[in-house]
Design a protein around this ligand. Structure first.
Ligand code: GAL
Length: 717
């Protein structure tokens, strides 16, 4: 047995004999993909997060990113297996900041926090219990760490002080020393895994963005939604009938509001909470006819469900032998690690819904609340622990449903309330019942650090101002959605701002070519489409270099960076979105280094500075990078259907020349995986006098080409 030097020293000092269960582990890493390193500690148990998600690393994307050195020294990482637990320690440098550890709602900086990573609904505190408690963190020093374990991990992110720490702060006398502090300096991220082992992965940079990209690519690359998935969506009240849903779709058209899919809430099922997974024949007498008629209106249908099966379900008797010891609301809980259980649920979804053209699901209640979910004391027929089932249930449900659509060669895009590490390629957006607008934006930022998508959905509002402000942010998010399951709100519910809401919803549609391309970059290159400022290269790296050169004090931009920035974010490559919340008429915006321009007017806004903006209620502040190229289409009520040509208005901002690759494919199938896609280069060049000209390269022969007429708008000329 190899005993760690530190353990030996203390053992000798106290004259104690170590239990035979203490074992310092070798932290030798093996390269498993370019810039990705893996180390196996002890005896990891299954399912882990990667096996539950069934990941297939995106080899091509990882190869394109290129190789990189291992980002941490193996000897600086410590691991012990002790009394059935695994203890890990990773180094932290002075001034280093870390981000991630899942879908947090209030904090972006994670250094100094203690978290118990546990799939759960979000209860108002960033304590690790959340819808996607992904055990991944990324450092501003440009590397990422992932613990591939489906246990409840406890993370001490820079709180504990080890005796063998290179920077151990030592003791101070509180009686006399004013510098005494209750929370002395810590230079380690420590993790406790309640199991005798786990896999650890390191993702190289050199920038934080590259580490995140490698993390996303390693789990298969980000999802690529169907084009319609990025349009507008409305969820209708729980007990709506098919007729009411059809009337609602018509009303959107009549009022000139875009609508690509409608979500039916629990009432489409004959019973819910637990669910039958079967249509209610009074509210939906002809489901196939209903779906067909909606399709003719250009509207897809999404269905709410939870995974707890009612005794009235046609699947009940078949699934019963494959369910756990506990019920949820009287429904049985399928053991989704068992192929038979998956097949029974799949058959039911396919037969009753997918085969008639249902476009996707909203998978609810798989995150939980301890008072109604199965407890950790539950048992499942496969022998999988209740804890691991809880941590992976959302992943398995996403995997199951994504697989069904893949079999039909149709993409889906839906909602889920729980996910975890490894889920980046699943076409699902997380949502919840919490409703703080500010915290919804912080969650959007955090989603970009951990390979998940999040929507700051709009449900209801006290005032028209709040309604408009919420609508403005949801259209700059992965899913532009009103969830009216209880409120019954419509986009036009506040007549005072109906026009402004319509304009912003139509702006979402105009931005579809840009957002679709940004999702393709998520898929092929692992770049999160919505992300925090700390992943902006100029933002983080500049701060660090100025820290070193000591010029920090006299640069307001750098000072601001040291503050946690949780209310502005990047939407794709070029757009910086700085929302205003109810009651605010102005706000500060931190512009990273480089020249930035106002999205609406093209006017110069600033360069590496903090600006104050007061744009009026109808506008959400959005800024654009110098040289940015934004491909937009005309305002439309539906996303372009497969094969439908759309005109492009290509906008350029600033003075610099620029280039952007525009992605195109059929927008609906998986044929892009067989090479049926195109990347066309948009170039804008400035001549000596600053005059700008734009070109769009031709699509390769026999590759998708949906672009119609092209017009150019040089916004800052
Ligand atoms: C909640 C869910 C809501 C809505 C509701 C329907 O659990 O978060 O968005 O779907 O169920 O009962």
């Amino acid at each position: 047995m190899i005993l760690h030097k530190r353990i030996l020293t203390s053992a000798v000092f106290f004259g104690i004999v170590f239990s035979p269960y203490t074992q310092a582990q070798n932290t030798r890493f093996t390269k498993v993909a370019p810039g990705v390193w893996k180390c196996v500690i002890g005896n990891p148990d299954k399912p882990d997060l990667y096996s539950a998600a069934g990941i297939k690393p995106a080899g091509e994307g990882l190869t394109r990113l290129g190789d990189a050195e291992i980002p941490l020294r193996e000897e600086d990482i410590k691991a012990d297996v002790l009394n059935g637990k695994t203890l890990l320690s990773f180094p932290l440098m002075r001034g280093e900041q870390i981000f991630g550890f899942g879908l947090n709602f209030r904090t972006v900086h994670q250094r100094g926090r203690i978290l118990n990573l546990h799939v759960d609904h979000y209860g108002g505190t960033d304590n690790g219990r959340t819808h996607a408690p992904v055990p991944f963190y990324v450092s501003d020093r440009g590397y990422g760490v992932f613990i591939n374990s489906s246990r409840y991990l406890t993370v001490y992110a820079g709180t504990g002080v080890r005796k063998d720490s290179p920077e151990a702060p030592g003791e101070r006398d509180r009686n006399t020393d004013k510098r005494w502090t209750s929370r002395p300096y810590s230079d380690a991220v420590e993790v406790v895994i309640p199991a005798e082992g786990a896999e650890i992965y390191l993702f190289s940079g050199p920038t934080p963005m590259e580490a995140v990209r490698r993390f996303n690519l390693f789990s298969g690359g980000g999802c690529l939604p169907p084009r319609w998935g990025l349009g507008f969506t409305q969820r209708v009240p729980t007990l709506y009938t098919s007729r009411q849903a059809e009337e609602e779709a018509d009303l959107f058209g009549e009022k000139g509001f875009p609508l690509d899919f409608i979500g039916l809430e629990p009432g489409w099922q004959s019973r819910a909470y637990p669910c039958t997974l079967e249509w209610d024949s009074t509210r939906f007498p002809d489901p196939a006819g209903f779906v067909k008629r909606m399709k003719e209106k250009g509207v897809h249908v999404n269905l709410w469900t939870n995974p707890y099966i009612s005794s009235h379900s046609p699947a009940y008797n078949k699934i019963l032998p494959y369910t756990g010891t506990h019920t949820v609301w009287g429904g049985v809980v399928p053991d989704l690690t068992l192929p038979d259980a998956r097949r029974i649920i799949s058959d039911q979804l396919e037969r009753s819904q997918i085969n008639i053209g249902i476009s996707g699901y909203k998978i609810d209640e798989c995150d939980g609340y301890d008072y109604w979910l199965w407890p950790d004391a539950a048992k499942f027929p496969s022998g999988t622990s209740a804890e691991q089932m809880r941590q992976t249930y959302g992943l398995m449900l996403q995997d199951l449903t994504t697989h069904l659509y893949r079999q039909q060669n149709m993409r889906t895009y839906g909602l889920v309330r729980a996910s975890n590490g490894g889920g980046a390629s699943f076409p699902y957006v997380i949502y919840n019942d919490y409703y703080s607008h500010e915290d919804f934006i912080t969650a959007l930022i955090n989603s970009g650090f951990c390979g998940v998508l999040w929507t700051p959905e709009v449900r209801s509002s006290k005032t028209s101002e709040e309604w408009l402000r919420r609508m403005q942010t949801v259209i700059f998010s992965p899913m532009a959605m009103i969830n009216a399951w209880s409120s019954g709100t419509k986009p036009w519910s506040f007549p005072e701002v109906e026009k402004e809401v319509r304009d912003i919803a139509l702006l979402r549609m105009q931005l579809l070519p840009y957002f679709y391309t940004e999702f393709a970059r998520y898929h092929f290159d692992g770049i999160p489409p919505f992300r925090g400022m700390n992943l902006e290269p100029g933002f983080t790296m500049k701060a660090k270099s100025e820290l070193r050169s000591g010029s920090l004090e006299d640069n307001p931009y750098s000072e601001a960076i040291l503050k946690e920035i949780k209310d502005q974010y990047m939407a794709g490559e070029y757009l910086l979105v700085a929302p205003l919340f109810t009651g605010q008429t102005s706000r500060e915006v931190v512009l990273p280094k480089g020249r930035w321009y106002d999205f609406y007017s093209g006017e110069y806004a600033g360069d590496g500075e903090v600006i104050k903006v007061a744009p009026g209620p109808e506008k959400i502040p959005v800024f654009v990078k110098d040289g940015a190229i934004i491909p937009m289409m005309p305002p439309a009520l539906h996303a372009p259907a497969p094969g439908e040509k759309f005109d492009l208005e290509i906008r350029h901002y600033g003075k610099k020349s620029g280039a952007y690759k525009l992605y195109d494919d059929d927008g609906e199938t998986f044929d892009y995986e067989k090479g049926e896609y195109s990347w066309r280069t948009i170039t804008v060049t400035a001549d000596k006098k600053g005059k700008l000209t734009g070109t769009l390269s031709k699509a390769e022969k026999s590759k998708p080409d949906n672009v119609g007429k092209v017009t150019w708008r040089f916004m800052s000329q």
